[in-house]
Design a protein around this ligand. Structure first.
Ligand SMILES: [Zn+2]
Length: 460
C-alpha cells in the first residue's frame, strides 16, 4: 500500500474544550471530525507527557516500558530519580518498525525523542532538548542549519511557570509558529510515509492560562482581558493544522491526537509532610525551611515509605532486601499499602472539606501486567488530580495553594482526544479508545503488520 499517514499531536488537548466547547470555532478540526471519527483517547497511568507519547508510539503501557513518569528510579538500590529521555525507551516505536521496511518517517517534537535517533527519515527532537545551540537536535545533522535558515532559532519549549502571562503568550505563539513552519517545510521537502508532529504549546497554554477559561478555578477573574487568549491560540493552531492537512494531500490519512487532557488544579498536597505526621517517614533533623526530600536526610531504618512530587504522586515503600536500607518486611508490603491507601484517601482539602474528586491510590500490579524497572508501590491521584503532589519537607502544612515549582493553573486529566479521517475510516461518533490503539492503527493504515507485542487494537 502506498498510503501515507499524517499525525498531528496536540499535547494536553482536552475533548471538552476542542469537541464540546470550541469545535465550531476550529474549522479545520471540525472538517476532520465530519470526514472521519472522533472521541476520547484514554491516556496511560500516569497521564504524563513522556510516558504517554512513548506508550502511544510503541503501544506498550508504562509497566512494559518501565517508565512511570517524567523521572524514574534507576534501581531499587537508589532512592533518587533520574530523567527519562529517549534512551529509556527500549521497545520499538513506530519509526523503528518502519525504518526496517523502507518506509520513511518524519518525526517532529514527539516526546521523548531527545537524544535524537538515527531513523530512516528525519527527526527533530522534543521539548527535553537542553539547548538547540549547544546540542545536536536533528537527524540528519545538517537539517538543523536548514531549519534555522527558515525560522531562525528553533524553539523546543518555553518556561511556562511564570506570572508574566503576556510574555508567556507571545513566547508560546512564537514557538508554535516556528514548529508548524518547520513541519510544513519538512512535509514538502522530505520523503515520508509517516509524518508525526507533536506541538507542546497546547500543554503550556493550559498550564499557563487555564484560570482564564474555567469559572471554577480559584484564580478565575470574569472578563479578564486574557479570557480569549486560549481560544485565539487554538484558532491559530487550527489554521496551521488545516494547512498541513491540505499540503499532505487527499491520499493521506490524518490523525489528531493528544496524550492526556487537562483540568483545573486547586493546589498541592505535601505528601512527605503527611507521611511524617503519620509516622511513615522519619528525618534525621527537622528542616528549618521547606526543601526537597534528600535521601541523606532520611532515617531509612525507621522509614516505611516516601513520596515524590509532580502532577501525581509516586509512593515507594522501603522494603527490606529490596531497598538499600529497607525497613519493611516483604510480607508486610500489602498491608502497609492498604493502610497508606486508606490514609491518603481520607486527606481533606485545605479547608477541611472532602477533596473535589476522590483521591485514588493505585497499586502497580492493578495497573500493569508487566512491571519493568522500578514500579512505584502506589500511584496516587490526589483529589482526582485536582491536587498535585508536593515532595517538599518542612512546609509546616499539608496543603499548598501556591505551586512549589512556580505558577501552574492546570493538571493533566486522563481523557485526551482523537480524530481519525481517511479512506477506510467509517465516519460517525467514535467510542472512547486507548492511546495504546494509535500505533496499531497507523501500521494498519500503512498496510504494515502489527507486532504481536503491541498491546492496543486498531481504531479502524
Ligand atoms: Zn502531555
Amino acid at each position: 500500500m502506498a498510503r501515507r499517514v499524517l499525525v498531528i499531536g496536540l499535547d494536553c488537548a482536552a475533548p471538552e474544550l476542542l469537541f464540546d466547547r470550541w469545535l465550531d470555532e476550529l474549522p479545520a478540526l471540525r472538517a476532520l471530525t465530519r470526514r472521519g471519527r472522533h472521541g476520547v483517547l484514554r491516556s496511560c497511568d500516569p497521564p504524563i507527557t513522556v510516558p504517554a507519547w512513548a506508550c502511544m508510539t510503541s503501544s506498550r503501557d508504562p509497566g512494559a516500558l518501565g517508565v512511570y513518569g517524567f523521572r524514574n528510579r534507576p534501581g531499587h538500590d537508589d532512592y533518587g530519580l533520574a530523567l527519562a529521555d529517549s534512551r529509556a525507551i527500549h521497545a520499538p516505536r513506530l519509526w523503528d518498525i518502519l525504518s526496517g521496511r523502507g518506509r520513511p518517517t518524519v518525526a517532529v517534537g514527539v516526546p521523548p525523542t531527545w537524544p535524537v535517533q538515527e531513523i530512516d527519515g528525519a527527526m527533530v527532537s522534543c521539548f527535553l532538548t537542553p539547548d538547540t545551540r549547544a546540542h545536536r537536535y536533528t537527524h540528519p545533522a545538517d537539517l538543523a542549519p536548514q531549519l534555522e535558515a527558515l525560522v531562525g532559532e528553533y524553539v523546543v519549549d518555553v518556561p511556562f511557570r511564570t506570572d508574566d502571562k503576556d510574555r508567556l503568550l507571545a513566547d508560546i505563539e512564537d514557538m508554535t509558529d516556528r514548529r508548524f513552519r518547520v513541519a510544513a517545510h519538512l512535509l514538502e521537502t522530505r520523503p515520508w510515509d509517516l509524518f508525526f508532529l507533536v506541538e507542546i504549546g497546547t500543554d503550556r497554554m493550559h498550564h499557563g492560562f487555564w484560570r482564564f477559561i474555567d469559572p471554577e478555578h480559584r484564580l478565575h477573574e470574569p472578563g479578564h482581558r486574557l479570557e480569549g487568549a486560549m481560544l485565539d491560540y487554538y484558532r491559530r493552531v487550527d489554521r496551521r493544522l488545516g494547512e498541513l492537512v491540505e499540503r499532505a494531500g487527499e491520499d493521506t490519512a490524518v490523525l489528531v491526537v493528544s496524550d492526556h487532557g487537562a483540568m483545573r488544579m486547586d493546589g498541592g498536597v505535601c505528601v512527605n509532610e503527611w507521611l511524617r505526621r503519620e509516622g511513615y517517614l522519619v528525618l534525621h533533623d527537622e528542616p528549618a525551611t521547606p526543601r526537597p526530600l534528600r535521601p541523606e536526610d532520611v532515617d531509612w531504618r525507621r522509614t516505611t515509605a516516601w513520596g515524590e512530587g509532580g502532577y501525581y504522586c509516586r509512593l515507594f515503600v522501603n522494603v527490606a532486601g529490596r531497598e538499600r536500607e529497607g525497613a519493611v518486611a516483604p510480607a508486610a508490603l500489602d498491608r502497609v499499602c492498604d493502610d497508606l491507601r486508606a490514609g491518603l484517601q481520607a486527606i481533606e482539602d485545605h479547608e477541611g472539606r472532602p477533596m473535589p474528586d476522590p483521591t485514588v491510590a493505585h497499586a502497580g500490579e492493578e495497573l500493569y501486567g508487566e512491571r519493568a524497572g522500578v514500579c512505584p508501590d502506589l500511584l496516587v491521584y490526589f483529589g482526582g488530580l485536582h491536587w498535585r503532589s508536593i515532595g517538599l519537607v518542612g512546609t509546616g502544612s499539608l496543603h499548598r495553594l501556591e505551586n512549589d515549582t512556580g505558577p501552574d493553573d492546570a493538571n493533566h486529566a486522563p481523557d485526551g482526544l482523537y480524530v481519525i479521517a481517511g479512506d477506510g475510516v467509517a465516519p460517525g461518533p467514535g467510542a472512547p479508545r486507548s492511546l495504546l490503539d494509535v500505533a496499531p492503527t497507523i501500521l494498519e493504515l500503512l498496510g504494515e503488520p502489527v507486532p504481536g507485542a503491541m498491546q492496543g487494537t486498531t481504531l479502524l
